[in-house]
Design a protein around this ligand. Sequence first.
Ligand SMILES: C[S@@+](CC[C@H](N)C(=O)[O-])C[C@H]1O[C@@H](n2cnc3c(N)ncnc32)[C@H](O)[C@@H]1O
Length: 215
Amino acid sequence: MSRPIRSFVLRQGRITPAQQRALDELLPKYGLAFPEPIRSEKPLVLEIGSGMGETTAAIAAAHPELDFVAIEVHGPGVGSLLNRIEAGRLTNLRVVRHDAVEVLEQMVPDASLAAIHLFFPDPWPKKRHHKRRLIQPAFVELAASRLAPGAYLHVATDWQEYAEHVLEVLRANPSLANTVADFAPRPATRPETKFERRGLKLGHGVWDIVFTRKP
Ligand SMILES: C[S@@+](CC[C@H](N)C(=O)[O-])C[C@H]1O[C@@H](n2cnc3c(N)ncnc32)[C@H](O)[C@@H]1O
């Protein structure tokens, strides 16, 4: 039987005792179970691939008027984010430990989101791995269908060739409109990370791409 091509490879990476404890004790508290539909009282922002959760937790803390759901498959990352939620007493951030494609398909109602954040998705630089890239026409169509009219999709990447690919795929989607002519200045809603600051000092670029769903 053929398996779907996924945008991640789950490796049995190292997990710290604190991250493991968070998965055991905090995931039941702050996690959302797949495939229960996501409901929210406030406008809802979905973050895909939250990694270790540093940016995710900072954004949620800065925006109590919004609800956030972070999707991540990597155990240590989920554990780390759960610890940040607990330490920051964040009441507006929940986590789903599952493939974001299936979460969008099964847990997120049509036209329900205020925004989707996709920060530094794996660029899969080798040509034979391009099929693993998250940003593809079918994924963008799915993501766009979950945005409310006027809501935005924000992708950031430090890989120029991927940035150009993202711009091309988003431009080709008839339900989305670019907020600027091509690449956007970094919106205030995306805090600069340590990793990014170091890269910028070394002369590496970061590209932000922000499209909205047409009314
Ligand atoms: C390069 S990391 C970036 C993490 C974080 N956004 C940051 O800026 O530091 C990409 C993350 O996306 C996650 N990821 C990739 N595909 C995913 C998917 N289909 N569903 C959920 N998470 C995914 C990976 O596990 C990884 O943690």
